[in-house]
Design a protein around this ligand. Structure first.
Ligand code: DX5
Ligand code: ZN
Length: 229
């Protein structure tokens, strides 16, 4: 994985057909996805359950690019090795999920993955101020995590604050929740480069009719880059 700040669209497979993950990952990549965002939920840290490392390992061969694993689980440390072995390129843990996020991030890099830290809407930018040299990505949640299809919560002030804190460091700012062609320009202008989108990418398409995925991805990218008409 090389670092750059160009806009990257990361469809969340939370909005995909759960019986068809392999084909869905291939379809979104063929339709222009840059990263594939994989939401892991435990029914404890968040009020919903998705899947674990075995599913990540199963879909890995169907993803050519970056597998971006968002862990909404607590505890997180006992499972880091398993997600790294499953082939995650980026593993993101929530600052709210552990009193020892510093240790967690060390463990993620130690396992050979890029380290991400996620902030819930109620958590300030300052929560990551001591972590900037040990992360590759900061994920700003623009919904309370747990479900797809929720309403976007404006976090642009926090994004700008993080962008200033990051300075020249090679750290991505990822936005997760309610991203669509209307909200993408707000977060992109504030400094985000990785845009996660579930419902806004998968709506209207399927593995047998994947063209809408491409139209949706292009619309979000164009909106973020300011070329949307
Ligand atoms: C929310 C997840 C998101 C979610 C985004 O807990 O982390 O990745 O799937 O879905 P949309 O784009 O539908 O808000
Ligand atoms: Zn997510």
């Amino acid at each position: 994985m090389t670092f750059d700040r160009s806009t990257k669209i990361a469809p969340s497979i939370l909005a995909a057909d759960f019986a068809n993950f392999g084909a869905e990952c291939e379809a979104i990549e063929a339709q222009g996805a840059d990263w594939v965002h994989v939401d892991v939920m435990d029914g404890h840290f968040v009020p919903n359950i998705t899947f674990g490392p075995a599913t990540c390992a199963a879909i890995r061969p169907h993803i050519k690019g970056v597998m971006d694993v968002h862990l909404m689980i607590a505890p997180v440390d006992p499972y880091i090795e398993a997600f790294a072995k499953a082939g995650a390129d980026v593993i993101t843990a929530h600052v709210e999920a552990t009193p020892h996020i510093h240790r967690t991030l060390q463990a993620i890099r130690g396992a050979g993955a890029k380290a991400g830290v996620a902030l819930n809407p109620g958590t300030p930018a300052s929560a990551v101020a001591e972590l900037l040299d040990m992360v590759d990505l900061i994920c700003v949640m623009t919904v309370n995590p747990g479900f797809g299809g929720q309403k976007f919560i404006d976090m642009t002030a926090k994004i700008r604050e993080l962008r200033a804190l990051i300075g020249d460091r090679p750290v991505h700012i990822e936005i997760d929740g309610g991203v669509d062609p209307k909200t993408a320009p707000l977060v992109a202008q504030a400094g985000a480069d990785v845009l996660v989108a579930g419902s806004a990418v998968f709506k209207g398409g399927s593995v047998s009719d994947p063209a809408p995925y491409g139209e949706n991805i292009r619309a979000i990218r164009a909106a973020a880059e300011g070329t949307y008409v």
